[in-house]
Design a protein around this ligand. Sequence first.
Ligand SMILES: *Cc1c(COP(=O)(O)O)cnc(C)c1O
Length: 377
Amino acid sequence: MLRGLARAAARRPGALWTRGSGSGTGVPAHVVDLRSDTVTRPGPAMRRAMAEAVVGDDDYGEDPTVRELQEKVAKLLGVDQTLFVPTNTMANLISVMCHCQRRGSQLLLGQECHLHVFEQGGVAQIAGVHSHPLPDLPRGTLDPAELERMVTRGLGSPYHPVCELICLENTHSSSGGRVLPIDYLRQVQLLARSHGVRIHMDGARLMNAAVALHVPPAHIVEHCDSVSLCFSKGLGAPAGALVGGPKHFIEEAWRLRKALGGGMRQAGVLAAAALVGLADFEEVLQRDHQNAQRFAKERVGQPLSHEAWAQDSRMLYQTPVEGLDQAALNGDEDTEAQRLTDLPQVTQLESSRAKSVWLQGSLFSLRRLGCPLPLLG
Ligand SMILES: *Cc1c(COP(=O)(O)O)cnc(C)c1O
């Protein structure tokens, strides 16, 4: 397949594959790494902004760039205040700790959500919070009837944990970047309010959700009591996340960030990168979504792929290797290479932030097929 790509590149000078210096192994010079939207590297504009950032000691609240970021995002999200933290994992943990003050209080969340699966059970380890996972429905939602049953089950009971928090993830990563419908958010909000339960939104990719729905992020966040947002995913910054909510919530969040070791000093260097990531997020994420959909539609890498389907904001690309016929792969390589070089947009990946359309699973499978590098990226 890679041989095919090299040949197609030679046929079309100026295509993505031919620019830059070759590696000498016949592998295209520009390789786009599609494992995740976390593998991007800051481009020149972002690096310049970091180098030139005006900074101060943020542990004293004196870093002007961090303050600018916090204030700007608070407005964007429609919350009282936000707090800059090193990672979205910390933003989620802080939020859960703020909402669940009582040891053993219950947190309802999806069984495949990031907070439950990929954060080491930090809410149990560190916060003494008891998570009750519910099945994720195909659109990344939870069954409202089941939520209500769980919220009310222990009411007034000395035997049951007391439910204090529901966590929603938007976009919902494990279902393939699904965007939670606004009607659903409204329904969960009503249910939570009527039982005195709060809602935290893990909005690591909240901006993708807003762009996909064509609404301001605040229209999503208004259904929650707190939100997290990650700058090192689709927004392309090297590090940093925010937690947002009411003033009293952020005051408590500040204390917890300190306790968890997340207080930083001249963090304006990182906040400057986040500001660059935010500057044109609508345009950039829109393009990412279009690319993902287009990849899915064109079935890029089809001989390798068993199933590929575009979802709201991202595409799941599964490449089970078992049962694949090597002859079929070889047979189709020219068409495949042509399809790849025909994709427009991909060449725009060297913008100020190196961006990538995001596929999942492709790298692993390509490696197993003996390809030396990820295919696109
Ligand atoms: C990546 C991610 C996180 C954690 O963010 P880090 O910055 O890696 O700690 C949390 N939630 C979701 C949905 C994510 O995708």
